[in-house]
Design a protein around this ligand. Structure first.
Ligand code: ATR
Length: 277
C-alpha cells in the first residue's frame, strides 16, 4: 500500500491522518497515511528513513516547514516564494517540495466561504512562516491591494519586497504597516500571527473592519477563538482556519494521487468529528 505521513513536533494533535483517510475512502484510493513525531534536529533523517521504507510523500508541519524546503532537490514556485514547504513528494528524480497552505486558504475563502477576492482590499496580519506561506497565492487571487501589518516592521518589509515582482505582474498594490497605524478598512482581514496563543483578542484596531468584513484566523479550535470573538463583537463575519487545513490537504492529495477529493464534504464531516471528540 502506498505510504504517506505528516511529520512534525508536536504532531499528536494533527488532523491530517483523519482527513487523508477520509479523502482516500471517498475517492476509492488505496493508501496509508500516518503521523511521525520527529526530533527537532531529525527531519533529514526522518525523511531519508521514510523514503527508504517506500514512502511516497509526506506533509510537513511546525517547526520543519523551512527546513523541508531546503531538503528538496526541486520546488514549486509558490514554495520558493514562501521559502517553506508543507508537502514533499518523493519522485524518481529526487524530492519535490510544494507549499499548499496559501492555495488552501484561498480555496476555503472562495469556495467554502463564497467570498470573491477579486477587487477586494486585504489586510494580512503577521510576517512569519504562516504569512509567508499564503501571501503569494493571495496575490494570485487578484485583490486590489494587500497590506501586510506586523509587530516587527523589518519582517513585513522583507516579505513584501520578496513578493513585489509577483504583485506588480498581477497589478496588486502591496504595502506594509505597523499594527497600530493600519490605514483604512478592509474587506478581508487574515490573522497569520501566533498572538491568539497568548489569548490576546486582536493585534489590530477595529477601525480596520467595516460592515461585512470577513475576518479569518488561520488557526482553528480554541486558539482561533479570541480573534473571532473580537471580530464578531465588532460586526464582522468570523471564520477559523479549519477549512484551510482541509483544503491544503486536498491540494496535497491531488498532487500525490492525481484525484481531487470532495473537500467541502470532508470539512463538514471534520467539524462534526471535532465537535464529538
Ligand atoms: P508562524 O510560523 O506561526 O508564522 P513565526 O514565524 O514565529 O510563526 O511568526 C509569528 C508571527 O506572529 C510574527 O508575525 C510575529 O510578529 P513578529 O514578527 O513581530 O515577531 C507575530 N506575533 C507573535 N506574537 C504576537 C503578539 N503578541 N502580537 C502581535 N504579533 C505577534
Amino acid at each position: 500500500m502506498d505510504q504517506y505521513c505528516v511529520m512534525g513536533n508536536p504532531v499528536a494533535h494533527s488532523q491530517s491522518p483523519w482527513i487523508h483517510a477520509r479523502f482516500a475512502e471517498l475517492t476509492g484510493q488505496t493508501l496509508d497515511y500516518g503521523r511521525r513525531l520527529v526530533a527537532t534536529d531529525g527531519l533529514a533523517d526522518a525523511v531519508r528513513a521514510f523514503t527508504a521504507e517506500g514512502g511516497k510523500g509526506c506533509n510537513i508541519t511546525v517547526p520543519f516547514k523551512f527546513e523541508a524546503q531546503a531538503l528538496a532537490q526541486h520546488a514549486s514556485e509558490r514554495a520558493l516564494l514562501a521559502q517553506a514547504a508543507n508537502t514533499l513528494s518523493f519522485l524518481p528524480g529526487g524530492i519535490f517540495a510544494d507549499n499548499t497552505d496559501g492555495i488552501g486558504l484561498v480555496q476555503d475563502i472562495r469556495a467554502n466561504a463564497g467570498f470573491n477576492l477579486q477587487g477586494r482590499q486585504v489586510l494580512l496580519i503577521g510576517a512569519g512562516g504562516a504569512a509567508a506561506g499564503v501571501l503569494g497565492p493571495l496575490i494570485l487571487a487578484k485583490p486590489t491591494g494587500i497590506t501586510v501589518a506586523n509587530r516587527s516592521p523589518d519582517k513585513a518589509q522583507a516579505l513584501v519586497q520578496r513578493h513585489t515582482p509577483l504583485a506588480t505582474l498581477h497589478r496588486v498594490a502591496l504595502q506594509t504597516s505597523a499594527l497600530d497605524t493600519v490605514p483604512g478598512s478592509f474587506d478581508l482581514v487574515v490573522n497569520a500571527t501566533s498572538s491568539s496563543l497568548s489569548g490576546a483578542g486582536s493585534p489590530v484596531f477595529a477601525s480596520t473592519l467595516k460592515p461585512g468584513t470577513l475576518v479569518y484566523d488561520m488557526m482553528y479550535g480554541p486558539a482561533a477563538q479570541p480573534f473571532m470573538v473580537w471580530a464578531v463583537a465588532h460586526g464582522a463575519q468570523a471564520r477559523d482556519g479549519l477549512g484551510m487545513l482541509v483544503e491544503q490537504a486536498a491540494e496535497a492529495f491531488s498532487l500525490w494521487r492525481g484525484v481531487r477529493p470532495p473537500s467541502a464534504q470532508v470539512l463538514v464531516e471534520l467539524r462534526q468529528h471535532l465537535a464529538q471528540h
